[in-house]
Design a protein. Sequence first.
Length: 320
Amino acid sequence: MSASGGAKAVVAALLANTGIAVTKFVAFLVSGSSSMLAESVHSLADAGNQLLLLLGGRRARRAADAEHPFGYGRERYVYAFVVAIILFSVGGMFSLYEGIEKIQHPHELDNVWLPIIVLLIAIVLESLSLRTAVRESNHVRGKQGWVQFVRRAKSPELPVVLLEDVAALTGLVLALLGVGLTAITGDAVFDAIGTICIGVLLVLVAIILGIETKSLLVGEGATPEETQRIREVFNAHREVEALIHMKTLYLGPEELMIAAKVAFPSQTRIAEVAASINRLEADLRETIPHARVIYIEPDIYVTPGEGSPSTDAIVIKASD
């Protein structure tokens, strides 16, 4: 995880959220603001989520064994999915419940100035955490837009922290509006409405995270750009007559598997085929450094109508 910059962003978010959660909870005890309680639970859930991400990264580094011959890289996806569930249940649903409860049984706030000061401080700290996540993400996202980066990132930590921080900042603004309007008007309903808005926000973010991490759990292949580069490696070899069929799969955020059926001229000797495959594997790893598991099956290309490969096969003639 450290290679992707995710660890630094997760630790920064963990430190920020732990301090913010304690401060918010104290402000809630003094003021009785439901928005502050919702934000306290939100920050506490976020801190727990960051611990889960760190735990997932550590467990994913375990060496492959007989039971898991491809290693434990996908544990990072599992823990990221658990984060989405916690954010939905503990953060979102609790905030919705608390907001509805306060609408039904409103009460005036005590010491309104305290939650306002705490929220302003929390906004500053959360902004620093978001800045760290943005800076680390910029190292790996390249020319991708932010939405595209979140949707296509194979390493789940940075998208999770980014979405959590954006949701946290938005939630803090909503809480500040709720408490501020309650202080101005004397109507505690605004504080309750702010709490409900925070709950809706967290539920939406949790759903987005759940959808994206589910896709990673099910299994995603190489990106279109990576697929094109892999094909170019096969086509660059004069010994290769055609790339008949290819499939890719991410075994973990930084471990790609490539399986390909490659056509060689029918008169090629076995020793020459083996040497060609070794050169192909070396070139693939040089082009895609995280292509750590490669299976290449030699074959003879058959023209369509003569027992050709299945209809989903990819056929790319090697250039002369």
